[in-house]
Design a binder for this molecule. Structure first.
Ligand code: NAG
Ligand code: NAG
Ligand code: NAG
Length: 423
């Protein structure tokens, strides 16, 4: 997958080049081209890539899209084909749809009509059948044509959470702000202590307890004199529960990261509420029993591979009375984001190609992961996309680089709104 990421960057450059070429053509192009273009674009979505010519070979590398400034063409780098369903370049062997001109057309519901089609509390499917509003985007096809489940991102789910209303959402039970960067309680940043969160994922066992002992050696203190602490998102496989018990006894937080740590990443995107209950509720039962945790302190959830499980994951969290999730990543932003509640709409876009963020209102806190700025020197280095976890900032190689990277990310939080820093 890594090389595909690089490939994608290459396409973007190519696209820019072609857009320029296109503009040049347009000035001399006759009217005929325009009607050809209108015909081509009439049934395409914004940003959708499609083929003019189908077939294997170079034809399968070329795609175009309709933009406000005309058609735009790109070609996948050598060795890759364009996958029309995934809408990205991929290895030749993985692409099975060179014969398709465009991605499958899904029937859309009739949510916006001049006159209402259905009675109150109901909405219309693509074929004008009326069904209950709540059945739209609930993960199950209820319309005969399946159109109730075709457009369900946060902007189109008819049952999506309302935008932040600070009059209704008040601390300590609720917190939101329009862009997510506001300091809770409107405190001046200078009066806010800078919190640092240190978290670890996966099993706790002999491979890592030594390292944890070294980090939490009793010499690193908070300003109040207490030892620094971590949160462990523990998965079951290979975990040594007496080590977990010991971590908890020392005052670290234990949270859950699933039983199976299923290594099919898509599993987590598609899992049902019941799958989530088994994985996360089950993990809490196991942890409490075998690490003898009796103080109800296991309240946090993080999904494996940071694969957000959409509404199903958050519905499980409400049903199982988990307090917070720490899976959702916010794109690199200055100033960074404060944690927020999911009663209201998420204050940032759903970040990551394959992610399925919750759209509905949930009584769950989000300890959002702010992406880190991976540049050593933000004043001179070129822009690079952020990284969610320290171990995915793979350009950092030496201790000095790591030191500079931590320092400038600290400043980014400390000098601005003092949102918690960490992963
Ligand atoms: C489990 O962890 C404890 C320390 O917390 C250690 O003494 C024990 O040897 C570990 N067990 C195994 C099987 O590694
Ligand atoms: C999960 O959904 C994706 C599309 O959203 C699909 O490609 C994939 O096959 C599904 N995986 C499973 C395990 O159902
Ligand atoms: C479990 O913890 C409780 C309270 O913390 C304690 O009373 C009990 O003895 C512990 N059980 C075992 C088996 O260690």
């Amino acid at each position: 997958m890594r090389s595909c990421g690089v490939a994608l960057a290459a396409i973007v450059l190519l696209a820019a080049g072609n857009a320029y070429a296109q503009q040049q053509n347009e000035e001399t192009a006759p009217k005929k081209e325009e009607s050809f273009e209108a015909e081509l674009c009439k049934d395409k979505d914004a940003g959708e890539w499609f083929r003019l010519v189908t077939g294997e070979g170079d034809n399968c590398r070329d795609v175009i899209q309709c933009t406000s400034s005309g058609l735009q063409a790109i070609r996948c780098p050598a060795g890759l084909y364009f996958d029309i369903e995934k809408q990205t370049c991929d290895w030749k062997d993985s692409v099975k749809n060179c014969k398709l001109k465009n991605k499958e057309r899904k029937v859309k519901p009739m949510l916006f009509t001049d006159k209402p089609v259905c009675s109150e509390g109901e909405l219309a499917c693509g074929d004008t059948q009326c069904i209950e509003r709540g059945l739209f985007c609930n993960g199950e096809k209820d319309c005969a044509d399946g159109s109730d489940e075709t457009t369900c991102d946060i902007d189109s789910d008819p049952n999506s959470a309302p935008p932040c209303d600070p009059a209704v959402c008040v601390l300590p039970d609720c917190f939101c702000s329009e862009d997510g960067t506001q300091v809770p309680g409107d405190l001046p940043p200078k009066e806010v202590p800078q919190m640092i969160t240190i978290t670890f994922d996966d099993a706790i066992n002999n491979n890592n307890i030594g390292l944890y002992k070294e980090i939490f050696n009793g010499k690193r203190k908070n300003p109040n004199g207490c030892d620094i602490k971590a949160t462990y998102f523990v998965s079951h496989k290979y975990t040594n529960y007496s080590a977990v018990q010991e971590m908890h006894r020392k005052g670290h937080e234990i949270a859950v990261h699933s039983i199976s740590h299923n290594d099919d990443e898509n599993f987590w995107s598609n899992a049902s509420v019941n799958d989530w209950v088994k994985e996360m509720g089950g993990m809490r039962i196991i942890t409490e029993k075998y690490a003898n945790i009796t103080d109800n302190s296991v309240v946090g959830v993080r999904a494996p591979y940071l694969r957000v499980g959409g509404n199903n994951q958050f519905t499980m969290m409400e049903e199982e009375a988990f307090l917070y999730d720490s899976t959702i990543t916010a794109p690199l932003n200055n100033p960074p984001l404060w944690p927020y509640t999911m009663y209201f709409r998420m204050p940032h876009r759903c970040h990551g190609n394959l992610q399925k963020c919750p759209t509905r209102s949930h009584a769950v806190w989000e300890m959002v992961l702010n992406e880190l700025d991976r540049r050593e020197d933000p004043n001179s280095d070129e822009y690079l996309p952020g990284c969610a976890m320290v171990d995915s900032c793979s350009n950092i190689l030496t201790g000095d680089q790591f030191y500079n990277f931590l320092n400038h990310n600290f400043d980014r939080h400390y000098e601005e709104n003092r949102a918690p820093l960490g992963e």
